[in-house]
Design a protein around this ligand. Sequence first.
Ligand code: C2O
Ligand code: CU
Length: 565
Amino acid sequence: MNSLLHNQPFSRRRFLIYSSAGVAALWLSGCTSAALPLAQQPSTLATAPSGAAATDAAAALEFRLIAGKQETPILPGAVTQSLGYTGSVVQGDANAVVTLPNSYLGPIVRVRRGQTVRVHVRNELDEPTNVHWHGLVVPAEVDGQPSNLIAPGAEVEYTFEVRNRPGTYWFHPHPHGRTAEQAYMGLAGLFIVDDSEEAALGLPTGAQDIPLVIQDRRFDADNQLVYVAPGMAGMMDETMGILGDRILVNGAPDLTLPVSTQPYRLRLLNGSNARIYKLAWSSGAPMTVIATDGGLLEQPVTASYVMLSPGERVELWADFSQDTVGAATKLVSLPFEGVEAATMNMMGMMHHEPALPNGAAFDIMTFVVTEAVEHNLSLPAALLPAERLDAQNAVNASQPRTFVFAMDDAMNWTINGRSFEMDVVADDEKVRFGDTEIWELVNLMEAPAPVVAGGMAGMDHGAHGAHGSDAASQPAMRDFMAHPVHLHGVHFQVLDRQVDDAQRAGWETVKDGLVDAGWKDTVLVMPGERVRIAVRFDGYRGRYLFHCHNLEHEDSGMMRYFEVV
Ligand code: C2O
Ligand code: CU
């Protein structure tokens, strides 16, 4: 390994370090003067294939991740205390793990489909953690579930084969009750899967292949991250989800990215705890979506805007060919409604409107054209074939399995009236390996009384007693929010959506941006909405999680195990 690196002329090495993942230059705190020269590497260099590009059956990748405390310059002035992962390759392609200078985020791990990955994770935090590979279909033991934790000071190994379609995945901690704060403090990285079929399409690569992780954060006067606010406002934060008033992209505020007059592949992840984005170009041009959570679509989809809820990814084809040098285009979030529908009386009483509410309009980042170049890239009319699941022949086609996402009488976020339980899988949470099923994900104002099936499940909540009658006569303690629903261990396809008339007006402000084509692992379910998905449980047997990816909702119990038997 070492000798290989030493044999490379310095400039080549530097190029690999800074642009093998396309963009690490961006992580230079949005400091354009530093980012400019790197982003302007000649395109011949930028499109040079990396050493690993030759075969899909590449050698195994072994790397180390240390979850620990960091200090990062984010805002002008004092550095920010954060948490973060430090990555390094033990064996395999030295460029497969790219560190992001001056960012709490990262690293970016880049693998080939079919590759075996062995990760040694060391916990240098003061509390237990673990790593979940969001979107990757891996055995339950290495899925990073709340029941599998890494004690402080300990190290574990995760080994799995990358079976997923090429696409943009990510990783973050998943200890129950602590996921939200650990992720908020900085523990998250991207996991990009490539393969030769995708490479043959001739999409933008190298410095034209740009991951963009969008997050919102709150800072105090000393530039330190603020998680839950003190007092009543903190209760709101924990119930509704943390909303920051600073938008960061790749860990940097007010990011400006220099681009040249050619197409780019933008890989967007919403890495926020609770904020939903309504992405659009400031120019009013439509967005061209080429991929969602599970990789490339069969063909590009255009939309005037794109909704991106926590955990979701979307890839855009962004073509600056027609722009002149100096032109600036902003990626913005447009205003929308309906995320917090029918806010309850209690919320009115203790109302602490966040500085930047969900649904407010704001700028996310700016692309500035700094250079005119020639290119011969064009958007392929067909991307990658994607199998359509046969929903008509789903085992429960006539009677879909329903999961209701709602708040119960005690103000817990629940699924079918149940909060998270570490050791219990209810009868209606068991599926058979290999089956294709239809699941109906329903967002209601009021949680149903949990069905007590198979004993334990729901006993907790039985204790709240007079559920129906009391709640109906005093509907005070309740809130109604959007839930981005994520399933582990599978990818699924969205079949259709229905919305209650009472919630339709808000829903209309987001519906054109719900990109339901292709494979998904996270889907936005708006208040009053029913989303039907088709899922085939053909990954691995065992227990997997499904939950709301509003991380505060997840931590407060809107998560359950399902079991593939
Ligand atoms: Cu991104 Cu269960 O999580
Ligand atoms: Cu939720």
